[in-house]
Write a protein that binds this ligand. Structure first.
Ligand code: FE
Ligand code: FE
Length: 183
């Protein structure tokens, strides 16, 4: 049957996000185990906890609609996960992979933010107050996570990850307080 109503579209997108959030529990664990930076690991694990709560909020949305909670595969998120994994072909060092994961995770948060914005807009049109409330809480967490990941990436100590001309390193680097800094 052709889809003709925003109600049906909303349900489709809701199942999609329900599948995406569940898939993300696994992806966040994987990124944590690959990442050597302690702050990034902590951020991934904290967001994993939040993701468990987000799934519970989606359960409440299904319940408020008298629907059985049902997950659907989310090809958009699968694509982002596939893209993230494609770096392994380049055999990245642990340090490079840690830095890269902070950006791969930001792409996921941006995807989720756009998905939740669309769901909230539809729920508002449909007068689904409980759904708007639950989905808005999820959106807030995704936005806060994006900002935290952005801060972690911009503060990341990339000094050792920069390519150096031979011999130049000794000339340009000085040891300050046990930490290498550009002189
Ligand atoms: Fe999420
Ligand atoms: Fe998220």
């Amino acid at each position: 049957m052709p889809m003709t109503t925003i109600d049906e579209l909303f349900e489709h997108n809701l199942k999609d996000m329900y599948g995406a959030e569940q898939r993300l529990l696994e992806a966040l664990d994987e990124m944590t185990s690959e990442t050597i930076d302690a702050d990034a690991r902590k951020a991934f694990q904290q967001h994993r906890k939040e993701t468990q709560n987000q799934i519970k909020r989606l359960d409440r949305v299904f319940k408020s609609l008298d629907m059985k909670a049902e997950a659907q595969p989310c090809p958009g998120l699968e694509g982002l996960i596939k893209e993230k994994k494609s770096l392994s072909k380049e055999k990245p060092s642990d340090e490079i992979l840690s830095f890269y994961n902070l950006h791969a995770a930001q792409k996921v948060e941006r995807y989720e933010i756009t998905a939740y914005e669309g769901l909230i807009e539809a729920a508002e049109h449909l007068g689904l107050d409980e759904a708007v409330k639950q989905l808005s809480q999820n959106l807030e967490e995704e936005e806060a996570t994006l900002n935290k990941l952005k801060a972690l990436a911009s503060e990341y100590d990339v000094e050792d990850l920069r390519s150096q001309e031979e011999g130049e390193e000794e000339e340009e680097m000085a040891t300050v307080g046990g930490r290498r800094r550009r002189s």
